[in-house]
Design a protein around this ligand. Structure first.
Ligand SMILES: Cc1cc2nc3c(=O)[nH]c(=O)nc-3n(C[C@H](O)[C@H](O)[C@H](O)COP(=O)(O)OP(=O)(O)OC[C@H]3O[C@@H](n4cnc5c(N)ncnc54)[C@H](O)[C@@H]3O)c2cc1C
Length: 431
């Protein structure tokens, strides 16, 4: 761990009154007193050193108040946008605010790829990593698991660099940070040789075939509506050099036209399907950069349960299917490989991620979220940190074995609580 002390006299930070006033979904209006867009690292360090309450906003695609503050809200989109590829280390170092879609378009022509992407390429690297954002793939970890190094500005304005190889266990505590440890300015990610994917949509999977479906391709997403016992659609993302799916694959039929996972939304917002091969970054996300992802009018919740309990966890939700269906746009099931990151929803266990795209009607949705949480309780569900959830803090703590260690780390790196928010105070209370 390398710490660079800011030795110069601190001068008041410049305030740029430009930045988002609410999150992407519009359900969180930021309460920040000031919005800042520093254009240099030094300006950011002075800003952090001079603030008593500060949070960073990435692209604002989270659905809760994790990224909000009553103090200073900072966008890093004005910092230098240098990207550095290190072919020997098989790694790329990127500015925190860079969107995955822009990074992918930079990497692919240079012969490199990321192992996985989320359903949308619109999100910032640091914002996605901070919440443990993931795609699907039973042998692929979430996006944070590809992080090999971080540079961050800690409370007081110091610059800290941490590295997976050198900082071991502490590093594992710092990646899924919830923004509680400092302002991440640069992120180093593992890269792999670029590859091509074919995407097929298959219709009508039996729940009994879920494990077989996840095991059958590089990345598999299953969509359902809780109105029928069969799972409505399977989005199969195969490596282009893999054997084609048989016509009667797991008892499903092939969709004969491109689809959008949310009924009624246009398929042109989605990445190409029907088995047409194409680069990884134009197939792994469901949604295309430059188009609205998902429906645009929605709330989202997501819970990670052990993969081995997948069928029991889904069966546990059957008794509340009649509550889920009326406020649901679509439910997505994904597989995520285990990692060692302390606050990762996939810490130490291969996971089934059960995602809900709800209607935007919070009053109708929140009681159903509570019902889902109650039904999933026996499976120690871990919430997606960037989505709507109401689990009791003790339940979240009990589901994550390194929770107390993370709290200690946050207290050490941020003793005055500069990066605290109401939501963090609720879930990670200090004595
Ligand atoms: C349409 C849609 C589809 C989605 N699909 C997926 C999906 O497929 N998989 C999935 O897992 N999630 C998904 N999400 C959720 C989303 O990926 C996460 O909420 C993610 O964190 C959003 O990234 P962001 O850049 O918008 O971060 P923000 O929402 O802006 O910030 C998230 C958190 O990170 C902190 N943060 C941001 N930048 C920094 C920084 N530089 N330093 C320190 N802290 C920082 C913020 O303070 C905040 O606490 C989806 C969301 C939407 C709206």
């Amino acid at each position: 761990m390398e710490l660079h002390r800011n030795r110069g006299a601190l001068v008041p930070a410049t305030t740029a009154e430009a930045g988002p006033r609410h999150n992407w979904a519009g359900n969180v209006r930021y309460a920040a007193r000031r919005l800042h867009r520093p254009s240099s690292l030094d300006e950011l360090r002075r800003l952090v050193a001079g603030s008593d309450r500060l949070r960073v906003v990435g692209t604002g695609h989270s659905f809760n108040r994790l990224g909000d503050t009553t103090g200073d809200l900072v966008s890093l989109a004005g910092l230098p946008a240098t990207v550095a590829l290190d072919p020997d280390r098989r790694a790329v170092t990127v500015p925190a605010a860079m969107r995955y879609g822009d990074l992918a378009a930079w990497l692919h022509p240079r012969g490199y790829a990321l192992a996985n992407l989320a359903s949308l390429p619109h999100i910032s690297v640091a914002g996605a990593v901070a919440t443990g954002t993931h795609g699907s793939g039973e042998t692929i970890g979430n996006l944070a698991s590809a992080v090999a190094g971080l540079e961050l500005v800690t409370a007081g304005g110091d610059l800290l660099t941490v590295d997976r190889a050198a900082d071991g266990d502490t590093f594992a505590g710092m990646v899924v940070s919830l923004g509680a440890l400092g302002v991440v300015t640069r992120v180093t990610l593992d890269v792999v040789p670029t590859f091509e994917i074919r995407q097929h949509v298959r219709l009508g999977l039996s729940r009994a075939e879920l494990d077989a479906a996840f095991a059958s391709a590089y990345s598999v997403s299953v969509f359902t509506d809780w109105r029928s016992p069969r799972l409505r659609e399977v989005w199969v993302k195969q490596r282009a050099d893999a054997a084609p799916l048989p016509a009667d694959w797991l008892g499903t039929t092939a969709a004969d036209a491109p689809r959008h996972p949310v009924p009624g939304m246009p398929a042109r917002n989605c990445t190409p399907q029907l088995g047409e091969p194409g680069p990884w970054h134009e197939r792994l996300p469901h949604f295309r950069l430059g188009f609205t992802p998902s429906s645009g009018t929605e709330l989202q919740s997501e819970y990670h349960v052990p993969r081995g309990s997948a069928s029991e966890a889904l069966a546990a939700l059957d008794p509340v299917a009649h509550l889920i269906a009326p406020v649901l746009q679509v439910c997505e099931l994904r597989a995520v490989a285990a990692d060692g990151l302390w606050l990762s929803p996939n810490h130490g266990r291969d996971s089934l991620a059960i995602h809900f795209t709800w209607t935007a009607d919070a009053a109708a949705v929140l009681p159903v979220v509570a019902a889902v949480e109650e039904r999933l309780a026996p499976f120690a569900p871990r919430p997606h940190w960037g989505k709507v959830f109401g689990l009791a803090p003790a339940a979240v703590a009990a589901a994550l074995p390194r929770y107390a260690d993370f709290l200690d780390l946050a207290c050490r790196l941020d003793p005055a609580g500069t990066f605290r928010t109401d939501l963090l105070d609720h879930y990670l209370p200090r004595d």
